[in-house]
Design a protein around this ligand. Structure first.
Ligand SMILES: [Zn+2]
Length: 586
């Protein structure tokens, strides 16, 4: 055989294995990395109806029933599809190594391979704190450093708390279905070690319309509870049902499944749960309740021994009680207000909900309670409004909430100073398209605001006053401010100024359903219409696909380096906690 024809034959073989004409889709997907001893659902979706006797599914050449210890269930015709499937729930593999899975319908064969890895046996970290700045991009961090630490002759007054950590990596965020991720599949990668699809949590998104039947992968919450009996805390300033916090416990194809997600939180045994989103804890028959069923989950949590709190004062009092081990804090029916509105402007919904705690205080209370659990704890903290304010192009609010995240990181570092066995990870789940272009100087010559945008040497430095003792600039209303612009947007008016009357609402819906610039901002001095560059169905900016930064300190953080896939962050956690010995089959 000539070199050329041999190469052609190899290519043909690779083609038949690699998906040119696939007979079936196999979950977990090709190149999945699976933690040895973790549970997952195995599913094969055939392209059409297949007689069961023609189906062969093997694992490293062995019939799957023998390899997995029991046979998968055959589904002749799946809901909504004229096609057959095989499904086997709660598979646990007993040997590490490479697994080749082949599924044949008698005519064609599909093949995937998995890497099954063991976590370290030795437990280095007693506690893990994972901070997620939702949507936090490099520009958010740099602007937060300028505003909270100051900058003179090119040098910052000091580094952010999240900067000052010994380990760092860039993390890739793309999902199974797209280079652009949302908070569901990206947080899921951190909490399960598996990639998923946009809107999906703790599952591989399958083809059936039921959002709750997709093949599941085990969450870090369940893993640390069933191995070490650890406590788990989830703290956010968005709705607790929102994608990032939900990824700690949920299995659903649809992140908007708020009612089931509350049930999953309750079933998970999570020890501390704090944030907004109270509406989906109560049935719609009670005031403010939004649940479709009749279950009062606030009562269920209370009956389960949780202290239930709704204000900052109640939270602090509950956490201070030495016997407190479990806490449910719901401080808002929806998303909480950001720090700019809560501490400075009293805008947003602060008048209605004046007693919302700060993220820093939530973290401090959570640490107080969680550290009483002898087996150690895992705490996930989300500063979720960085994303919620970046979508409507309100960078000032997003950056103020980045400073707030950093203050919470500082509190965690304070805890780690007396609890050295604590691993701290600080990262984001995806980016937004914002950049620091220079400064805007009201005193500069020119008829239009764009004439006042200073670039390069003309930018110089902004004149925000020195930060308060809490690290926030006391005002954003200055004559020379940061010029930060977004790369993707709907039609809107660029005002070149902070939105002091409340969060920015860049666009409104026109009669034909498309989004147009919000006329409310047209009359502001210097406001300029920016025709959108996104489809007219978009009412705000979107996530972008650049890498995020991961900073880390403490035992196990040495694995954070270089470029990492988001699924590898999960691996850092399970290694630091030494789950290997506990998960190895006996
Ligand atoms: Zn978002």
């Amino acid at each position: 055989m000539s070199m050329l024809s041999r190469a052609a034959l190899v290519l043909a073989l690779v083609g038949s294995l690699g998906g040119v004409s696939q007979a079936a889709t196999i979950y977990p997907i090709d190149r999945a990395a699976i933690l040895l001893g973790s549970r997952f659902d195995f599913k094969v979706e055939f392209d059409g109806r297949v007689p069961p006797e023609r189906v062969t599914v093997t694992v490293n050449g062995v019939e799957h029933a023998a390899a997995f210890g029991r046979p998968a269930q055959f589904v002749d015709k799946e809901e909504g599809h004229d096609a057959s499937a095989l499904i086997l729930r709660d598979v646990v593999l007993s040997q590490p190594g490479r697994y080749v899975i082949s599924a044949s319908d008698g005519r064609t064969t599909s093949t995937v391979s998995w890497e099954v890895y063991q976590a370290a046996d030795v437990r280095k970290a007693r506690n893990v704190i994972l901070f997620i700045g939702d949507g936090m991009s490099a520009a958010h961090r740099t602007a937060a450093r300028i505003l909270s630490r100051g900058i003179r002759e090119g040098k910052y007054g000091s580094a952010l708390a999240m900067d000052a950590m010994p380990r760092m990596a860039l993390v890739g965020t793309a999902g199974v279905d797209s280079i652009i991720t949302d908070s569901a599949n990206s947080a899921s990668a951190y909490t399960t070690g598996h990639k998923s699809s946009v809107n999906a949590l703790g599952v591989y998104a399958d083809r059936t319309p039921n959002t709750l039947d997709d093949p599941r992968v085990e969450t870090i919450t369940r893993l640390v509870k069933r191995t070490h009996g650890m406590a788990v805390g989830v703290v956010t300033n968005t709705e607790v049902e929102d994608a990032t916090p939900a990824a700690m416990v949920a299995h659903t194809r649809r992140r908007a499944d708020y009612d089931p997600i509350v049930r999953m939180f309750h079933e998970s045994g999570v020890d501390v749960l704090m944030g907004g989103g109270a509406a989906h804890f109560r049935p719609s028959s009670v005031p403010g309740g939004k649940r479709a069923d009749d279950v009062d989950y606030v009562a269920r949590f209370r009956d389960g021994g949780y202290a239930v709190v709704t204000t900052e004062q109640e939270m602090k009092a509950a956490a201070a009680r030495p016997e407190a081990r479990k806490l449910l804090g719901l401080f808002h029916p929806g998303n909480m207000d950001g720090v700019l509105d809560r501490k400075f402007l009293r805008k947003g919904t602060v008048e209605q909900y004046p007693d919302q705690p700060d993220l820093v205080d939530m973290v401090t209370s959570a640490l107080q309670i969680l550290s009483r659990h002898e087996p150690g704890f895992l705490l996930m903290v989300e500063s979720g409004l960085i994303d919620k304010f970046s979508h409507p192009l309100d960078w000032e609010r997003a950056v103020m909430d980045t400073i707030m995240l950093d203050r919470a990181v500082e509190a965690a570092k304070g805890f780690a100073a007396t609890h050295a066995d604590t691993l701290i990870l600080v990262t984001a789940d995806h980016t937004h398209g914002l950049s620091i272009v220079g400064t805007i100087d009201d005193g500069a010559a020119g008829a239009q605001m764009r004439d006042k945008v200073g670039t390069y040497a003309q930018a110089g430095f902004p004149n925000y006053p020195p930060p308060t003792s809490e690290g926030y600039p006391p005002t954003l209303e200055v004559s020379k401010r940061l010029a930060i612009f977004f790369s993707d947007f709907p039609d809107h008016y660029e005002t070149f100024r902070p939105k002091l009357d409340g969060p920015f609402l860049p666009s409104t819906q026109a009669a034909d359903g498309t989004y147009v610039a919000n006329e409310q901002y047209r009359a502001l001095p210097g406001a300029t219409l920016r025709p959108g560059i996104l489809p007219r169905s978009a009412n705000q900016g979107v996530h972008t696909g650049e890498d995020v930064v991961l900073n880390a300190m403490g035992p196990g953080s040495e694995a954070v380096a270089g470029f990492m896939d988001n699924t590898e962050v999960f691996r850092v956690i399970v290694d630091a906690l030494g789950l290997g010995a506990k998960l190895r089959p006996r």
